[in-house]
Design a protein around this ligand. Structure first.
Ligand code: 5AD
Ligand code: FES
Length: 365
């Protein structure tokens, strides 16, 4: 079927109501959206997909988000932190397999042992890989000094999802205290940008009580905040979390999945030169979820390279995929799947966000 381009690239000043229509698109409009997003990705980010080897090195968390399976109050979780050498081994596995970059992710903590642990790992990885392996951090809210410290030790990208930009909704999915404040989260994102990180954020899609307008506002936030990278995926309920109580008020999983793909495509039209990740949560709904996202505007994939025995303890949500596979299995299976989606893997490249460099140039003028 040939579909007429939407031409929304040209009219970039989309209103909330126009965005809402695209996010909820079905039928013909949806096919057009997919086609436009695919073309826009190709024109602005090429045909390559970049790997970020994901190392979930600890599930110890000081926070208590109502949606998250590793929240501190979940006493059913066996807590772990990998030894420095184990994290190094995983990073070197990524390097040897030409991944280009890794993401270090864990539960949130800000004690000095943890901060130094990260500093040592960063320095170690940079040294062992001769500065060649790109490092993204996903370690939550930290002080401006800590962000600077980690940046000067070699991290150059940071992911911190805003989760939702509707402040009222934010309050319903987090405890009502200082450590879980929306304002603090925004301040952290500002500090990350000011430090010089390529800054990524994102939201969950299909949260209880979330509306299409909320999601449209999320996209406008990404644009206004001028982010470099976005990772967003469906909300998946976890039995051992407080938000599970709202399970009867959720969109069906398939709806959450479809809207997530629509969000990715619409964002690609809105911000053609950023990096957009194919979120792992998509794969827990559809076995080909991440590959589908690559055809809807995503250009980043985060293969899990956490040592297999720990993966079952890093269940942010239920039905998380690839918890039994090893990094080697994931690696060979993924390349094939990406090629089946008509894309190629950008091995040995950082695959940085083009947007970041344009933004920095404007900034320096
Ligand atoms: N469903 C989907 N995504 C989740 N995350 C945490 N819990 C869930 C869940 N139940 C996401 C959050 C967080 C990221 C690391 O994982 O958006 O920022
Ligand atoms: Fe760990 Fe939200 S529960 S950061």
């Amino acid at each position: 079927m040939t579909v007429k381009p939407l031409n929304i690239l040209i009219s970039k000043n989309l209103s909330v109501s126009e965005l809402t229509k695209l996010i909820g698109a079905t039928g013909n409009l949806r096919s057009q959206l997919k086609q436009d997003a695919a073309q826009t990705t190709l024109a602005n980010r090429g045909n390559k997909v970049f790997y970020r080897g994901l190392i979930e090195f600890s599930n110890i968390c000081t926070k208590d988000c109502y949606y998250c399976g590793i929240r501190k109050s979940n006493s059913n979780v066996e807590r772990y932190i990998l030894a420095e050498e184990t994290v190094m081994d995983a990073a070197l596995f990524a390097h040897k397999n030409h991944y280009g970059s890794i993401v270090l992710q864990s539960g949130e903590r800000s004690d000095s042992y943890f901060i130094e642990f990260i500093n040592r790992i960063l320095a170690g990885i940079k040294k062992e890989t001769d500065n060649k392996l790109g490092i993204t951090l996903s370690l939550g809210e930290q002080s401006p000094e800590v962000y600077k410290d980690w940046f000067s030790n070699g991290a150059h990208r940071y992911l911190l999802r805003i989760e939702t930009t509707n402040q009222l909704l934010y309050k319903t999915i987090h405890p009502n205290d200082e450590t879980h404040s929306f304002g603090k989260r925004i301040a952290c994102l500002e500090n990350l940008k000011a430090t010089g990180y390529q800054t990524g954020t994102g939201v969950m899609i299909g949260l209880p009580g979330q509306t299409m307008e909320d999601l449209a506002n999320d996209l406008l936030f990404f644009k206004l905040f001028d982010v470099d990278m976005v990772g967003m995926g469906p909300y998946i309920e976890h039995e051992l979390t407080p938000l599970y109580e709202a399970k009867d008020h959720l969109w069906p999983l398939q709806r959450r999945f479809d809207v997530a793909l629509n969000m990715i495509a619409t964002l690609r039209l809105l911000m053609p030169d950023i990096n957009i990740a194919a979120a792992t949560a998509l794969q827990s709904i559809d076995p080909m979820g991440r590959e589908k996202a690559l055809q809807w505007g995503a250009n980043i994939i985060m293969p899990n390279i956490t040592p297999t025995q720990h993966r079952k303890n890093y269940l942010l949500y239920q039905n998380k995929p690839c918890t039994e596979e090893g990094a080697d299995d994931c690696s060979s299976c993924l390349k094939l799947r990406i090629e089946m989606a008509g894309k190629e893997v950008g091995f040995d490249e950082w695959g940085d966000s083009e947007h970041f460099f344009k933004r920095s140039l404007t900034f320096k003028k």
